[in-house]
Design a protein around this ligand. Structure first.
Ligand code: GLA
Length: 435
């Protein structure tokens, strides 16, 4: 019942209006340059890694040829440091001619020819965070039109060098300007991140009406500490943040750094699992040309992507915080399914955590647990105790089926126990299940 009420309230609170461009009904997925490649503009000495069209066509090739696109990773997003230091003679932004000789319009054609989309970056202030020309209030319409002319598909509007009152005007104005171009352009707003991410300074109802996604918090860095601080902030503030999310409007805890240098394998599984629970945009910032097989397997995990992309678009929550350092996260999914993540903050050894679905507020019934990393399935009744072994800074992640109509416990009992009578059977006599 508690689970039912939770789902019901989550669904009802998800009914407010979203930005009316029909885009991003599930969290956007793709690749974004910033965390891994920053503002490296030294193409003479570092041609493979500098911010140039070659970097973006290389990543597009990998997305198209290495199985990413089919899984939903379709955005190839330029971040800061792409433009020339000067606007052109008509006052329009222009790409740096040396690093983007074919120009942004041709780059978007390159993406579209491969079934991909192009994203670009701008900033509300006089300058971008990296010191490139900004898009202040009086340039909003012109720049929105330029991006539409270039057939760009997504725009991230950063907030460096702008103040609160400019942001209050500028973010809604850009939303209108993008819509007015007639081209569907996904709109990512950094506004809340510049206002502390919380009400009363941040109005999530309004954000949902003008933006498709928004950065709430600081920038991710290539370290576990950074991932953990983001996880802590998002789940400590889940009561404010979760109701803001829904189809077409997403909280953005920032890029996936799986495949970079800062995370162990377990921590990589943790980032991917918790980003799935959070219904977070999945923008990888890594080098797809050299990514390890292990990192690729995590990022291409269909169960995790399926959780992330669930059409109900309900952002999940932390439901248990144990003194032992184990935390449990839950997200309701379509068809009465759900996802569960068991996460360990410990730093000693794998921790054997014993629980049951009943203890996690599931209603009476039989369920199937599918382990997203081992691919093993197990049938449990709500009151069946099971044990998960959670590695330090790692997770155990389950897709949980809807309570089955046919009682699956016959699997354990040779089919002798069946039907409603079984509902009353003594659950504790069952051995714990190890997954
Ligand atoms: C800010 C943003 C980052 C990135 C940089 C670029 O810090 O939050 O995501 O876009 O600017 O300079």
């Amino acid at each position: 019942m508690r689970l039912f009420l939770f789902v019901l309230t989550s669904v009802l609170s998800g009914t407010s209006v979203a930005l009316d461009n029909g885009l991003m009904r599930t969290p956007p997925m793709g690749w974004l340059a910033w965390e891994r490649f920053r503002c490296d503009i030294d193409c003479d000495n570092d041609p493979k890694n500098c911010i140039s069209e070659k970097l973006f066509t290389d990543m597009a090739d990998r997305l198209a040829e290495d199985g990413w696109r089919e899984l939903g990773y379709v955005y190839v997003n330029i971040d800061d440091c792409w433009s020339s230091m000067e606007r052109d003679q008509q006052g329009r932004l222009q790409a740096d001619p040396k690093r983007f000789p074919m120009g942004i319009h041709n780059l978007s054609h390159y993406m579209h020819a491969r079934g991909l989309k192009l994203g670009i970056y701008g900033d509300m202030g006089s300058h971008t965070c990296g010191g490139y020309p900004g898009t202040p209030l009086d340039k909003i319409e012109l720049d929105a039109q330029t991006f539409a002319d270039w057939e760009v598909d997504m725009f991230k509007y950063d907030g460096c060098y702008s103040n609160a009152s400019e942001q209050e005007k500028g973010y809604p104005l850009m939303s209108k300007a993008l819509n007015a171009t007639g081209r569907p352009i996904g709109y990512s707003c950094s506004w809340p991140a510049y206002q502390g991410g919380l009400p009363p300074k941040v109005n999530y109802t309004q954000l949902g009406e003008i933006c498709n996604l928004w950065r709430n918090y600081g920038d991710i860095q290539d370290s576990w500490g950074s991932v953990l601080s983001i996880v802590d902030w998002f789940f400590d503030n889940q009561d404010v943040l979760a109701p803001a999310a829904g189809p077409g409007r997403w909280n953005d805890p920032d890029m996936l750094i799986v495949g970079d240098f800062g995370l162990s394998l377990d921590q990589s599984q943790t980032q991917m699992s918790l980003w799935a629970i959070m219904a977070a945009p999945l923008f990888m910032s890594n080098d797809l040309r050299t990514i390890s097989a292990d990192a690729r397997r995590i990022l291409q995990n269909k169960a995790l992507i399926g959780i992330n992309q669930d059409p109900l678009g309900i952002q999940g929550r932390r439901i248990v915080k144990e003194k032992s350092g184990i935390e449990v996260f839950f997200r309701p999914l379509q068809n009465n399914g759900s996802a569960l993540v068991f996460f360990s903050r410990r730093s000693d050894m794998p921790y054997r955590y014993q629980t049951s679905l009943k203890k996690l507020n599931y209603i009476t019934g039989s369920y199937e647990l599918f382990n997203a990393f081992t691919y093993r399935t197990m049938q449990v009744k709500d009151a069946t105790d099971f044990v998960v072994s959670v590695n330090p800074s790692g997770v155990v992640t389950f897709l949980v089926s809807a309570p089955a109509k046919i009682n699956r416990r016959q699997f354990y009992s040779g089919g002798k126990l069946q039907g409603p009578a079984f509902e009353d059977a003594e659950e504790n006599s069952l051995p714990p299940v190890f997954l």
